[in-house]
Structure formats: C-alpha cells, structure tokens
Design a protein around this ligand. Structure first.
Ligand SMILES: *[C@@H]1O[C@H](CO)[C@@H](O)[C@H](O)[C@H]1NC(C)=O
Ligand SMILES: *[C@@H]1O[C@H](CO)[C@@H](O)[C@H](O)[C@H]1NC(C)=O
Ligand SMILES: *[C@@H]1O[C@H](CO)[C@@H](O)[C@H](O)[C@H]1NC(C)=O
Length: 242
C-alpha cells in the first residue's frame, strides 16, 4: 500500500512531474545539441595527451625495431627530416619537441652540449604528468629549436598555407619537403608520423632516391608497381592502434 501511495505521489504531484519533465527535457536537449554539432566535440587537454601518448608509443616501437635490426641506438640523429601530422603548426612543434624529450630520456648523444641540461629537472617526472606540463613543453621546444629548423621546418610550408587537411596533412608535409629540398634529397631519410584522432597512428621512415623513371599520373600504375616489393620498404614501420 505504501509503495502504491508513493507511486501516486510521483505520478500526480504537479511539481514533481513538471520538474522531472523539465530535467529530462534539459538533458535531452543537451544531448541533442551535442549531436547536432557537425564535428566531434573536442576536449583539448585530453586530446593532446592521447596524441602525445600515441607519438611516444610509436617512437618507442620504431626505436626498438631499428635497434634490433641495426644493433645501435636510434635517435633523431638518424634521420634528416621529420614530417608530422599537422592539424595546425603548433602541434608539429610540440610533437617534435616531444621526440627530442624522448631522445633526452634515452641519453641520445647528439643532444650533448645542445642545452639539453635544461631538461634534467624533468628526467624523473612521472610520465602521466609529462603530457600536460607546460614548463616541460616550453623547455623541450627550446632545446629542440635548432633541430626543428633543420629537420622539420622545410616540411611545414603547405600545411601552414592550406590549413588542416586531417589525414592528408602528412602528405602535404611530404610535398613541401620535396618542393623545398628536391635537389638535396637523394639518400636522405625522413620520419613520417600519421595520426587519426579515432585513435590510430603510425610512424614510419622513408628514404629518397633519385628518380629512375619519370613519374606522371599517366604512368602511376607501372611506377607504383605494388607487386614489385623493391618499391616498398618494409623496414622500420611502427604502428599503434587503440
Ligand atoms: C544523455 O547522454 C548521457 C550520456 O552522454 C546519458 O547518460 C543520458 O541518459 C542521456 N540523456 C537523455 C535524456 O537521453
Ligand atoms: C641516462 O643517463 C642517466 C644518468 O645521466 C641514467 O640515470 C639513465 O638510466 C640513462 N637512461 C638510459 C635509457 O640509458
Ligand atoms: C625522363 O624524361 C626525360 C625528358 O623528357 C628523358 O630525357 C629521359 O630519358 C626520361 N627518363 C626515363 C628513365 O624515362
């Protein structure tokens, strides 16, 4: 009996029912407005942490693969260029600085005498904190700067001019590098980092060779002969999927 009485109160108290309706309406309205957005709602801080974690994981795996194959430590000194996913250029700077911080933690020899001592206070920082620490970000960007100018900047031209191209931004970066350094790329190596906020990412390296045939769209089929394994370098690709 008591419970039936209670139910009646819920059902028939005008105050209860209108406030409940109002609350439900508000919740549903909020949900609908969230869904009405053409784009996913982004939590900036979380999104950046996910991004940097993916970059760390890919880099760690690529280093491991290289070290197994070559018997020596991998660091950014092994590559001439770094091309990054580029929704906006600040993220490219942050990504490269993060790679330099990784190299610092692994005691890469090219960093000796480069001002990397300023990163010492961050050597033992808990990993989780390191993704959001502004001071670390600033200091690693300072340490990374001369390397950034040499290895990254040439690949930033088109992404900066055109803006966010999502997945294609990496290849806009590659096109920029080809444009800026065409005559100087033979035998050079670039590290390529691709990221989709889904979340999937991959880090791989490419090596450039002087053209042995003239590439045009009309001969793309024979130039990119997928059955000819020599066209592809299977070495040194590290992916990370969640
Ligand atoms: C609104 O979405 C949340 C999850 O985001 C869910 O828990 C809640 O039940 C939804 N509200 C309504 C009224 O659909
Ligand atoms: C790097 O060097 C520091 C000491 O300067 C040492 O504590 C640390 O274990 C080294 N890390 C690696 C990965 O070799
Ligand atoms: C590439 O094109 C140039 C000029 O059209 C031509 O002289 C050369 O033979 C071509 N090379 C190859 C490998 O087809």
């Amino acid at each position: 009996m008591a419970s039936r009485k209670k139910k009646k109160m819920w059902a028939f108290s005008p105050w209860m029912s209108t406030s409940l309706l109002r609350l439900l309406f508000r919740m549903r309205w909020k949900n609908l407005t969230e869904l009405a957005s053409e784009y996913p709602v982004v939590d900036g801080k979380l999104s950046q942490t996910c991004y940097l974690k993916a970059l760390d994981l890919c880099y760690g795996r690529l280093c491991e693969k290289f070290e197994k194959a070559e018997g020596k430590q991998f660091s950014l000194a092994e590559v001439d260029s770094v091309v990054c996913h580029s929704p906006y250029n600040k993220l490219v700077q942050k990504s490269f600085a993060r790679l330099v911080y990784n190299d610092f933690l692994r005691n890469a020899s090219y960093l000796k005498g480069s001002g990397s001592a300023s990163l010492e206070p961050y050597r033992c920082m808990p990993l989780e904190d390191s993704y959001t620490n502004r001071d670390l970000e600033k200091v690693s960007q300072q340490v990374a700067k001369p390397f950034y100018v040499e290895k990254v900047e040439p690949a930033t031209l088109i992404p900066k001019q055109v803006g966010n191209k999502y997945c294609a931004s990496l290849y806009g970066g590659l096109a920029s590098l080809l444009h800026q350094k065409a005559s100087d790329l033979h035998g050079k190596r670039a590290l390529m980092f691709s990221y989709g906020s889904g979340l999937a990412s991959t880090l791989f390296s490419v090596q450039f060779h002087e053209g042995e045939g003239n590439f045009t769209l009309s001969n793309i089929h024979s130039v990119l002969d997928a059955e000819n394994e020599d066209c592809f370098e299977s070495f040194c690709t590290a992916g990370f999927f969640l």
